[in-house]
Design a protein around this ligand. Structure first.
Ligand SMILES: [Cu+2]
Length: 333
């Protein structure tokens, strides 16, 4: 992406134009009709980490964007911008208006209040600016949180900072501030999150689960989510568990209309700032040579092997045969 973005936009050169258009089309696929700077995944659960994605669908008029500056609202703590190739990141820190309960009983009373990215984004391209944050449990559910954002361009600027008055429709504003909606964590979600969450260095592993297996089954799939909060890449290589021979990392893909599984012999890369989901139909763990079937309600202790983080103990919840999501995942029942 970066390489292409740095290529000059040569008008009249059919081949380059076509490849650029193709990339532009890929990038805009998820952009709603709104041409505003906005927050993707605008729903955020309080009492947990939040990955904020600021989407910038266009420049100021046709002028390329050269800087994005976002104000972090009170209540959004432990903010960390994700490094972005080709963009210089600057932050301003300061005290919070109050001290907040953070993870593991820690308190946070100061942190990043402003992030700016300086670089260049052509008006023909779409890009995303990412940071991670924590939303303390003390925040009010169903209240919006605004992220006023100044978009500076080669010519001019757009100040996405308008906050709707009570009862005012945000769509009626000319330059609305990007907003996210806070949602209360359901006790079930919170428990599911707490139950399986493991920290290993910069890696956070959550909601590991597997399925009950028929008596003759020799393998079982394993699913979980891995977030890399560090600055270097890591790799999930495989693992072991007492109930069988080993754990492999597999990929499920459709080739010529046929679903195929293949082991990732080089491991599954977890890039800095990335969240990788192992889920049915995609990447998954393959628990090999089961000694006895998994029964619904059981827990399977296993050790995952990462290139850098080393061995990490996890516990997979055994869900029903045919389950497509973890029990606490919200849409299983
Ligand atoms: Cu597999």
């Amino acid at each position: 992406m970066t390489i292409y973005a740095r290529m000059p936009f040569v008008k009249g050169h059919a081949m380059i134009n076509r490849s650029l258009l193709f990339i532009a089309a890929l990038g805009t696929a998820a952009v709603p009709a709104s041409a505003h700077v906005f927050v993707q995944s605008g729903a955020a659960t309080i009492g947990g980490s939040y990955r904020a994605v600021l989407a910038v669908p266009h420049g100021c008029g046709a002028s390329p964007t050269t800087k994005i500056t976002v104000q972090i609202p009170e209540g959004m703590i432990a903010v960390k911008p994700m490094p972005k190739p080709g963009w210089l990141i600057e932050t301003k820190t300061g005290p919070y208006a109050q001290s907040y309960d953070f993870m593991h009983g820690m308190k946070a009373s100061e942190g990043i209040k402003q992030i700016s990215w300086t670089g260049k984004l052509d008006n023909n391209f779409y890009d995303e600016f990412v940071f991670s944050a924590y939303l303390p449990a003390s925040l009010k559910a169903d209240a919006p949180l605004y992220l006023p954002t100044l978009q500076t361009c080669e010519n001019g600027s757009e100040d996405w900072a308008q906050i709707p008055a009570t009862g005012e429709d945000p769509h009626s504003l000319k330059s609305p501030a990007p907003a996210l909606r806070l949602a209360a964590a359901s006790p079930k979600d919170a428990m599911a999150q707490m139950a399986g969450m493991v920290h290993a260095g910069d890696l956070m592993i959550s909601a590991p689960w597997t399925r009950a297996t028929p008596p003759a089954a020799k393998v079982a799939g394993g699913y979980l989510t891995i977030t890399n909060n560090g600055k270097t890449s890591d790799k999930l290589i495989g693992g072991s568990f007492a109930g069988g021979s080993r754990i492999e990392v597999h990929e499920m893909s459709v080739t010529d209309g046929v679903m195929k599984m293949r082991p990732l012999n080089d491991g599954l890369e977890i890039k800095p700032g990335a969240t990788v989901k192992l889920e049915p139909g995609g990447y998954h763990l393959m628990l090999m040579d089961l000694k006895k079937p998994f029964t619904k309600g059981d827990k399977v202790k296993a050790q995952l092997q990462f290139e850098k983080a080393g061995t990490v103990d996890i516990e997979l919840d055994v869900n029903a045969v045919g389950a497509s999501a973890p029990a606490g995942g919200g849409h299983a029942h």
